[in-house]
Design a protein around this ligand. Structure first.
Ligand code: ADP
Ligand code: ZN
Length: 374
C-alpha cells in the first residue's frame, strides 16, 4: 500500500493506492473516525463491476451500506441529478453521521462530493476513483460541483474528502479512449514538475499501455504526490499557485469550447493544448526542439491527438482570450522551461499564439507506406 499525505490542517487526509485495495476498503475506512452508515454513489457502468466487491468489504467491517446507482456520463452533472442524490439520502434515512462514498470517475466524484458538501451542511465523503483521470487528478484537491446549461462547473464547493482509495486494477476495464485521455494528464505532470518521471513514461511505455497494475500504482502515487503539493499551497485555488496544473489547459479549453465538448475527451484536449504550449515555449527559446519532439512522440505513443483540430486558429484565439485564466486582461499562459519545469508567462505575442494554434489545427501528417511523411 502506498500513501500520500495531503496536509491541510484539520482537513488533512491520506490518499491510499494499491492494486486490490477495493477489497480492503472496509478495513481502511475502519481506521478513520467515521460513522457506521455509508451511502455509495456510483454509475451503471462501474457499479456492476466493482460495487459488489467494495460493498462486501464495507459490510464485513460492519458498516451499513446504502446506495444510488446513476446513469453514466457528464450529462449527469446537473441540478436534477443532485436532487436525486439528496432525495435518495432522505429515503435511506441518512443523517449527519452518514459518509458518502463516490465509486466511479470524475463525474460521480464531483456529484457525490457536492452532495456531501451540502447534505446537512457537509458530511464526510470518501473518493474511490475508477478512471485514470480521477485517480491522478480530480479525486484529489476537494473540487466538487455540477454544470449549468450556461457552463461547466458553475456551481460547486471546495470540500476535501476524508480519504481517497485508488485501486489501479480497476483501470483494466476502462474503455481504451478514457484510459488514453487520462494519460494526457499524467504526461502533464512530467512536463511541469519532473523530468525523471517523464523519462520513466517514455521508458515504460509498453507496461503502461498494457495497464500493468504495479506500474500504474507507482504512476498514480507519483501524480497524486505532485497534485497534493500544489493543493496544500493553495487549497482554494486563489493565489495562482496551482496555476502550473493548468499547463495545456488554456489552449485545451479553447479546443473543447470550439468543438462543443463533443469531439475530445478532456485529456485529449489537454494533449492538444500541451502541443500548442510547447510550440510557444520553443518559439520563445525556452524549450529545445529535441524536448518538444519528445513530448509529441510520447503523446503519439499513447494514442493522444497532436493535430487535426477541426476549427480555425483565429476562432480559437478569440475563445482563448475569453478564458477565465486572464489576469487583469492579460492572458496568463503556463509554459515550460525544458521538460519538468513550468513557468507562467503574461506576455506572449499574439503572433506566437496564432502560430501555435495553427499547428494543432493542421491536418495530421500520415505516414506513407515507406514510413516517410507525406
Ligand atoms: P472522468 O473520470 O474522465 O471525468 P467519467 O466519470 O465520465 O469520466 O467516466 C468515464 C466513463 O467511464 C463513464 O462512462 C464511466 O461510467 C466509465 N467508467 C469509469 N470507471 C470505469 C471502469 N473502471 N471500468 C469501466 N468503465 C468505467
Ligand atoms: Zn485537466
Amino acid at each position: 500500500l502506498r500513501r500520500v499525505a495531503v496536509r491541510l490542517g484539520a482537513r488533512s487526509y491520506t490518499i491510499r493506492v494499491a492494486p486490490g485495495l477495493l477489497a480492503a476498503a472496509g478495513k481502511e475506512l475502519d481506521t478513520l473516525r467515521l460513522g457506521r452508515r455509508l451511502f455509495v454513489v456510483s454509475d451503471t457502468n462501474v457499479h456492476p463491476l466493482y460495487g459488489p466487491t467494495l460493498e462486501r468489504s464495507l459490510r464485513a467491517a460492519s458498516f451499513r451500506v446504502d446506495r444510488l446507482v446513476l446513469p453514466p456520463g457528464e450529462g449527469q452533472k446537473s441540478l436534477t441529478t443532485l436532487r436525486r442524490i439528496l432525495d435518495a439520502l432522505v429515503d435511506s434515512g441518512a443523517d449527519r453521521s452518514t459518509t458518502i462514498v463516490a465509486l466511479g470517475g470524475g463525474v460521480v466524484g464531483d456529484l457525490a462530493g457536492f452532495a456531501a458538501a451540502t447534505w446537512h451542511r457537509g458530511v464526510p465523503y470518501v473518493q474511490v476513483p475508477t478512471t485514470l483521470l480521477a485517480q491522478v487528478d480530480s479525486s484529489v484537491g476537494g473540487k466538487t460541483g455540477i454544470n449549468l446549461p450556461a457552463g461547466k462547473n458553475l456551481v460547486g464547493a471546495f470540500h476535501q474528502p476524508t480519504a481517497v482509495l485508488a485501486d489501479p486494477s480497476t483501470l483494466a476495464t476502462l474503455p481504451p479512449r478514457e484510459y488514453r485521455a487520462g494519460l494526457g494528464e499524467v504526461i502533464k505532470y512530467g512536463m511541469i514538475r519532473d523530468e525523471r518521471f517523464f523519462a520513466s513514461l517514455e521508458r515504460d511505455a509498453d507496461p503502461i499501455i498494457r495497464r500493468d497494475p504495479d506500474r500504474l500504482a507507482s504512476i498514480v502515487t507519483r501524480c497524486c504526490r505532485m497534485k497534493a503539493e500544489y493543493v496544500v499551497r493553495d487549497e482554494l485555488d486563489r493565489s495562482g499557485r496551482r496555476a502550473h496544473l493548468n499547463y495545456g489547459h488554456t489552449f485545451g479549453h479553447a479546443v473543447e469550447t470550439a468543438t462543443r465538448y463533443r469531439r475530445y475527451r478532456h485529456g485529449e484536449a489537454v494533449a492538444l493544448g500541451m502541443v500548442a504550449a510547447s510550440r510557444v515555449s520553443a518559439d520563445l527559446g525556452r524549450l529545445s526542439e529535441t524536448d518538444r519532439k519528445r513530448l509529441l512522440a510520447l503523446l503519439d505513443r499513447f494514442g493522444l491527438p497532436t493535430s487535426g483540430v477541426p476549427s480555425d486558429p483565429d476562432q480559437l484565439l478569440r475563445l482563448f482570450a475569453r478564458d477565465k485564466k486572464t489576469d487583469e486582461g492579460r492572458l496568463r499562459i503556463v509554459l515550460t522551461k525544458g521538460i519538468g519545469s513550468a513557468s507562467v508567462s503574461r506576455s506572449v505575442p499574439r503572433r506566437l499564439l496564432l502560430r501555435a494554434l495553427r499547428e494543432i489545427c493542421a491536418v495530421p501528417r500520415r505516414k506513407s507506406p515507406t514510413g516517410g511523411s507525406r
